[in-house]
Ligand binder design. Structure first.
Ligand SMILES: C[S@@+](CC[C@H](N)C(=O)[O-])C[C@H]1O[C@@H](n2cnc3c(N)ncnc32)[C@H](O)[C@@H]1O
Length: 258
């Protein structure tokens, strides 16, 4: 039986996300970080959960042998439109869930940026996903993963916040967001309401409940080792400074398949 549709990253969310990321100041540093791994890979690269192509597209333009997949049809459509602006080739990206992925191919580098892994909010499914990543890694290959920890919890909880992004035509998308956290399940929830506002009128709305599993400081070390990965290194930033502070909000893992 096919897996049900993803209940998040629908139309307005995708549009908001794509506009929001254009303003993110850390994107160039993040791109340099992943480009460095791509250079060392010397072979096929995979970006699961590739979204609208923030990393995939510049890496394709730099002539790396990279492909990606994402569970959201809307995010993939946006990726294809973004890629069509810079290339007349079809984008090497398809719709797929991490937990269902099986294409018999092995990659020299697999990377999952931007804390996306936590969106696989059921821990057993996330463990299965790590095993799938391991299986698709070529011997000697690297898996690079960015996760958010329990120390990343945004504040304040229980208060509605609003962020607005403006489209090229001057109309707007507003996001109203209410966050909460279940510490015993390490589950962060954001209730998101998107509004498309044209000429001061709300013309469309969309609601999504995002769940994100936040990892304890050492938790992913164990899960990666259980999935078979070795040479596990963890950094606290794109400059690859070691992650030694248990209160670090984001951890960048680099590990290998022997
Ligand atoms: C925060 S976005 C990040 C996209 C991209 N990596 C970036 O940094 O711009 C997370 C992406 O993960 C995708 N996603 C969520 N759960 C997924 C799953 N189980 N399998 C595959 N993709 C998933 C969403 O559709 C979304 O595009």
């Amino acid at each position: 039986m096919p897996r049900p549709e993803l209940t998040t990253y629908k139309k307005l969310c995708t549009e908001f996300y794509d506009l929001e990321l254009k303003h993110r100041s850390e994107t160039p540093e993040a791109l340099a970080f992943f480009t460095d791994y791509a250079r060392q890979a010397n072979g096929p690269i995979l970006e699961p959960m590739c979204g609208t192509g923030r990393f995939l597209i510049p890496l394709l333009q730099a002539d790396f042998d990279i492909e990606g997949f994402d569970a959201s049809a809307h995010m993939l459509d946006a990726l294809k439109q973004n890629y069509a602006r810079v290339s007349n080739q079809p984008a090497p990206a398809w719709q797929e869930f991490v937990q269902d992925f099986d294409n018999q191919k092995q990659y020299n580098l697999i990377f999952v940026p931007f804390g996306s892994w936590g969106l696989i909010s059921d821990l057993e499914t996330a463990k299965k996903g790590l095993e799938i990543m391991y299986r698709h890694l070529a011997p000697g290959g690297k898996f690079v993963l960015e996760i958010e920890t329990v120390a990343s919890l945004p504040q304040p909880s229980g208060v509605w916040r609003q962020i607005t992004n403006t489209r090229a035509d001057g109309s707007q998308i507003a996001l109203k967001i209410l966050i909460s956290y279940e510490p015993e399940k390490q589950l962060f929830k954001s209730l998101c309401r998107y509004e498309s506002i044209v000429n001061n009128k709300v013309l469309a709305t969309e609601e999504e409940d995002f769940y994100m599993y936040l990892y304890r400081f050492d938790e992913m070390d164990t899960l990666l080792a259980q999935a078979g990965f070795s040479h596990i290194k963890k950094y606290c930033n794109y400059r690859k400074e070691p992650a030694s502070d248990p209160n670090t909000p984001i951890i960048f893992y680099e590990c290998s398949k022997e």
